[in-house]
Design a protein around this ligand. Structure first.
Ligand SMILES: NC(=O)c1ccc[n+]([C@@H]2O[C@H](COP(=O)([O-])OP(=O)(O)OC[C@H]3O[C@@H](n4cnc5c(N)ncnc54)[C@H](OP(=O)(O)O)[C@@H]3O)[C@@H](O)[C@H]2O)c1
Length: 212
């Protein structure tokens, strides 16, 4: 398997769909309820694999779709299994009523996770793209962006190459520290979209710049 998606919620469903379409038979999906993963794969009509708990880290790239409060204990619990892997973090550390973040301005979800798993290469991605966008990542002919971050150039390159076949513009967005901005862009995006009445079908597209 090229990658395993952890979780079958809104983002798990959205991400496994685009990845399994790009890599049929090579993407795993893990749920704490294996039948839930199997039935989601059937309903999406994609060729993906519902993996067991024992198999959930058997790929070089693990994409978790947990909430910030859940992902911190989860990485600690699985620190050994995650060692040597790339862990893609998609989290925006919202508070309970989604009005603000629980992290300070001098850090980000991706950085906090990286501190807990120093032997894992944490990469940020998908943070600004709401789940409904995955069904149709173009709006008026403009494609949604995905900003990829990681501290090592080699890890960013690996994640970007992996994501290249999915129908988004993939950007090299630099080191994990940039998630302090990228994650908070989601807060602004949400407020603007709610005012415009278009929430949650929103994402970013950096106008005037071509992705590499
Ligand atoms: N929703 C969006 O549009 C959006 C956009 C960008 C980023 N994000 C980020 O994506 C993450 C998920 O958002 P979501 O809307 O997809 O949430 P969600 O629908 O609630 O899905 C979260 C999933 O995480 C899994 N999970 C929960 N606790 C777990 C645990 N202890 N161990 C293993 N798996 C666990 C569950 O899957 P199983 O029941 O199958 O195990 C659950 O369905 C959040 O961090 C959010 O900030 C969301």
């Amino acid at each position: 398997m090229k990658a395993i998606v952890i979780g079958t919620g809104r983002m798990g469903k959205a991400i496994v769909k685009v990845l399994a379409e790009a890599y049929p038979g090579e993407i795993g999906l893990y749920s704490r309820d294996q039948e839930k993963a199997a039935s989601l794969i059937r309903s999406l009509e994609v060729n993906a694999i519902a993996v067991t708990a024992a198999q959930q880290f058997e790929a070089p790239i693990i994409i978790h779709t947990l909430w910030y409060k859940d992902v911190l204990p989860w990485v600690v619990l699985h620190r050994e299994a995650l060692a040597g892997k790339i862990l893609v973090d998609i989290t925006n550390p919202f508070n309970d009523d989604f009005t603000d973040f629980v992290t300070d301005y001098n850090t980000s979800s991706a950085e906090e996770i990286q501190k807990l798993v120093p032997d894992t290469a944490v990469a940020g991605a998908f943070k600004n793209t709401y789940w409904v966008v995955f069904d149709q990542p173009e709006y008026n002919g403009i494609q949604s962006d995905i900003y990829v971050t990681a501290n090592a150039d080699t890890i960013r390159s690996q994640v970007m190459a992996f994501l290249q076949p999915i129908p988004f513009r993939i950007f090299d967005a630099g080191v994990l520290r940039n998630n302090r901005t990228i994650e908070r862009m989601t807060l602004l995006e949400k407020e603007l979209a709610q005012k415009a009445g278009n929430h949650p079908r929103v994402s970013f597209h950096l106008w005037g710049v071509d992705a590499r």
